[in-house]
Design a protein around this ligand. Structure first.
Ligand code: ASP
Length: 329
């Protein structure tokens, strides 16, 4: 009898320690921030966004729920949005001044601070997967243009003709700008919805991953690269604190090192993730930019902050509660 009690006690201790190794899972995604106003949206389009956001966030969450890694959750959630023409990433990305698509993406693994990114790709169907491949299969962090495409082909990653990415909607947006004689020197298109996509997830082991993918800004020229593939600007993950993915006027996110600035506030000042995000976005505003961020901290607390009219966003917490929003409230 005494032996049985000892055995039960030992089993209890083991199960408690297994329990304490389990972290709160969670995933958050964005589909870009910008001038997204209800009055400019049809019910049908709004519905399409809601459905796609739900599909993407649920795909990632299901991976986490089944014990999968935050890396896989982030990659798969982002691929859903890259494969949808609704967002400025993969098919449906915005066009460059010479009517092409040029794609940037990055990924960071918060467990070991490994990171990978591509910039200025013309042919990679799912840039987030190429960014992960740079991290896992090359000694580098950032590959650009032809080199990024050549690397992807060598790694057996799906490539497509550049025309695959081009949609009529984006072609019209570009041509409207050109008709209005908006110069490529004009810093940014005021009425553009940015539409970049991103995701941050935390898995059962407490590993945080962050990924971001974009076509950049409409009418871009001279091989312009934004914040998305710049680790610490448009993307950052560190298990010590949090994961962050950004969207917005990339030049200002680079200048304010936004994703890392949020992480640094949490690490060095013990700031909470929501206030840290707000403060970093205030800095973006102070230099003349705008946009938004999503993030999760190591305890699964979420931030979905922006200083634009709206941001496509969705979150599923540890209990499986889902939030999907587009406008301010
Ligand atoms: N941040 C992206 C860039 O500047 C644009 C966006 O978020 O839509 O390239």
């Amino acid at each position: 009898m005494k032996k049985l009690f000892i055995l039960l006690f030992v089993l209890l201790i083991i199960s408690c320690s297994i329990e304490s190794n389990e972290n709160k899972i969670g995933i958050v995604i964005h589909g870009g921030a910008g001038t997204i106003l209800k009055e400019n949206m049809t019910a049908e389009l709004e519905n399409s966004y809601m459905i796609k956001l739900e599909e993407a966030v649920t795909k990632g969450y299901d991976i986490l729920k089944n014990g999968g890694s935050s890396k896989d959750a982030v990659e798969q959630a982002i691929r859903v949005m890259e494969d949808s023409p609704l967002f400025n990433a993969g098919v449906g990305a915005v066009l460059t001044n010479d009517e092409r698509v040029s794609l940037d993406a990055s990924f960071m693994d918060g467990e070991n601070l490994n990171a990978g990114a591509i910039a200025g790709s013309s042919y990679v169907k799912n840039p987030i997967s190429a960014a992960i491949a740079v991290m896992e299969k090359s000694p580098h962090v950032l590959l650009s243009s032809k080199g990024a495409d050549d690397f992807a082909i060598e790694m057996g990653i799906d490539t497509v003709p550049n025309s695959y990415f081009i949609t009529e909607r984006r072609l019209n947006s570009l041509r409207r700008l050109k008709d209005k004689n908006v110069s490529y020197k004009d810093p940014f298109i005021k009425d553009s919805k940015f539409g970049t996509v991103g995701s941050v997830a935390i898995d059962i082991k407490g590993n945080i991953s962050a990924g971001t993918s974009t076509g950049g800004t409409t009418n871009k020229i001279w091989g312009r690269i934004g914040d998305v593939p710049i680790i610490g600007a448009g993307n950052y993950a560190n298990n010590e604190c949090c994961g962050i993915s950004a969207t917005g006027w990339g030049e200002h996110f680079i200048r304010n090192v936004v994703a890392y600035d949020i992480a640094a506030q949490i690490i060095y000042k013990n700031e909470n993730i929501v206030d840290a995000s707000k403060k970093s976005l205030d800095k973006v505003k102070a230099t003349g930019g705008d946009g938004g961020v999503i993030g999760l901290d190591k305890n699964g607390n979420v931030a979905m902050e922006f200083n634009t009219a709206g941001m496509y966003r969705a979150h599923i917490d540890n209990e499986g509660n889902i939030t999907i929003k587009i406008y301010k409230d």
